[in-house]
Design a protein around this ligand. Structure first.
Ligand SMILES: [Zn+2]
Length: 82
């Protein structure tokens, strides 16, 4: 499964990762509510491609984002983007 991160604010391409083993906890998706998941996460299991709405570094710095939108700047070794 290839996960493509797109900025939910400016629609910019952020990053993409290859997920060999689907682990929602590792990817941070377990923190989302059902509604947020539906909104932020679009998975195409047939094509093995998923898109994730997140917030890019630029928007994250320029705006005050609260809530549970995924941040590509979240520190920590478990962040799959780094
Ligand atoms: Zn952005």
């Amino acid at each position: 499964m290839r996960l493509i991160y797109i900025c939910d604010n400016c629609e910019r391409y952020i990053d993409e990762i290859e997920v060999e083993e689907w682990d929602e906890t590792l990817l941070g998706f377990d923190a989302l509510t059902y509604e947020e998941r539906n909104e932020l996460l679009h998975l195409d299991w047939n094509r093995q491609i998923g898109t994730v709405r997140a917030i890019c570094d630029t928007c994250w710095q320029e705006n005050e984002f609260t809530g549970t939108l995924l941040s590509s700047t979240t520190a920590g070794s478990e962040n799959p983007l780094h």
